[in-house]
Design a protein around this ligand. Structure first.
Ligand code: UD1
Length: 422
């Protein structure tokens, strides 16, 4: 297994390009199952999760080529509507195939994801949504076995705003008979991007970006070419990297309007920010001020930036509180940050951070993507050497993060840790 060896204390300086959005690319890849044919998807990040999704689509029967950042997906021969446990357990987003498989093949067999590194993450809203559309779902041997001779448009109210359930049900509803209304739908940019891709395939969808989405079912869709939006979480992670290292960075090919809340908080924390259409410039002359954050659905502060924010606040000039209202148990980074010298106490879904003057390098590891990213950020600010172990978690969601950080002047290298997977 690989690790990162980081010597902290160097300010990040220079410019890099932000990659395409992981959480938009994954459902868009899956949506190609809805209509047989050849699709060209641009600006796809080269990530482990994207390769896992490509593997799953190949099992279903798609042909896939991945050159640079362009995916060519041919779903003409897709004929095996199943997502096996071995893949779903490594990537929960695999559950996205349920909607498109039901819509196209009238049946699907998709493994339940089970728990993950930060607690139970249910899929009840996905299941209820498919049932509301008229599908019959049974649980058999850890699998959701779905049949739906005909899906019919309906009104669905989501008790909780869910990115995954909104995307999944939207993909099932585009080919249903009649109109489906999704209430308390997710408004995240990745759902808008998925919706826009479906519209480019001939779907009729209104209300994207609002809490009520209306989908008028159509008898058929057609393949289309598409370009994925930039990754707002990668953008936010590098912005924190700029401030935590007292740096001066320019992020190109990003989408500033998708990170407004993060920018607002960065400014409160002492960053000087300027934006143009697709670029964000950050400099930091004022040190890091303590800023409380509570995660919320978009356009609130994203839960996927919670860990990175805690790393930043660990060296702020004062105390702060970070509360995660989306996922209650997503704090595996806290004890590791404390090993670097941070002073953080967790109570339920909040952490109380007393900023310290400096962090000190240490070996650290995490079992979660964003938590691992927060450890890299903290190591960049820490004095001396840190080993961040098990970076395959970071490789799930950040494209060559060490190369981008090296370009910004960080002292970071990837090495074999000698650790073997158990
Ligand atoms: C997606 C993102 C993930 C991000 C999360 C919240 C992808 C691949 N992943 O995950 O990075 O952290 O949105 O922005 O896009 N819930 C239920 N029942 C369900 C589904 C969800 O109760 O059936 C709850 C969850 O426990 C959570 C909340 O809804 O409390 C939001 O989760 P959701 O938006 O569904 O997250 P994901 O789509 O899994």
């Amino acid at each position: 297994m690989d690790k990162f060896v980081i010597y902290g204390g160097k300010p990040l300086k220079g410019e890099i390009e932000i990659s395409g959005s992981k959480n938009a690319a994954l459902p868009i890849m899956v949506a190609t199952l809805l209509s047989p044919g050849k699709y060209i998807i641009n600006n796809v990040p080269r990530l482990r999760d994207v390769r896992t999704m490509a593997h799953l689509l190949r099992i279903i029967g798609a042909k896939i080529e991945f050159e640079n950042h362009t995916l060519v997906i041919d779903t003409t021969q897709a004929d095996f509507p199943e997502a096996p446990y071995e893949l779903v357990k490594t990537m929960r987003a695999s559950i996205y195939v349920l909607g498109p498989l039901l819509a196209r093949f009238k049946q699907a067999r998709v493994s339940l994801p089970g728990g993950c590194a930060w607690g139970p993450r249910p899929v009840d809203l996905h299941i209820k949504g498919m049932q509301s559309l008229g599908a019959r779902l049974d649980l058999d041997g850890g699998y959701i076995v779905a049949r739906g001779t005909k899906l019919t448009g309906t009104h669905i109210y989501f008790d909780v705003s869910s990115v995954g359930a909104t995307g999944n049900v939207m993909m099932a509803a585009v080919l249903a008979d009649g109109t489906t209304t999704l209430e308390n739908a997710a408004t995240e940019p990745e759902i808008i991007d998925l919706g826009n891709f479906l519209i480019s395939m001939g779907a009729r969808i209104e209300g994207l970006g609002s809490k009520i989405i209306q989908i008028e079912g159509v008898p058929g869709l057609h393949p289309s070419d598409y370009t994925v939006i930039p990754d707002r979480i990668e953008t936010g992670t590098f912005l924190v990297g700029g401030l935590i290292s007292a740096g001066n960075i320019n992020l190109k090919k990003c989408q500033p309007r998708h990170v407004m809340k993060i920018l607002e908080k960065m400014k409160e924390a002492g960053a000087t920010i300027s934006v143009s259409e697709n670029e964000i410039h950050l400099s930091s002359e004022k040190g890091i001020q303590p800023v409380n954050v509570t995660t919320d659905v978009y356009p609130g502060f994203p839960t996927d930036m919670q860990a990175q924010w805690i790393a930043l606040m660990s060296i702020a000039r004062g105390s702060s509180v970070v509360t995660d209202n989306i996922f209650q148990d997503r704090f595996t980074h806290v004890p590791e940050l404390n090993r670097l010298g941070a002073q953080i106490v967790q109570k339920n879904n909040s952490v109380f951070i007393t900023g310290v003057k400096k962090l000190n390098g240490a070996p650290v590891m995490s079992t979660d993507l964003r938590a691992s990213a927060s450890l890299v950020l903290a190591a960049l600010a820490a004095q001396g050497k840190s080993d961040v172990l098990r970076v395959y978690h970071i490789d799930r969601g950040y494209e060559t993060i060490e190369i981008k950080l090296q370009k910004l002047g960080a002292d970071i290298v990837r090495e074999d840790s000698g650790e073997v997977t158990s």
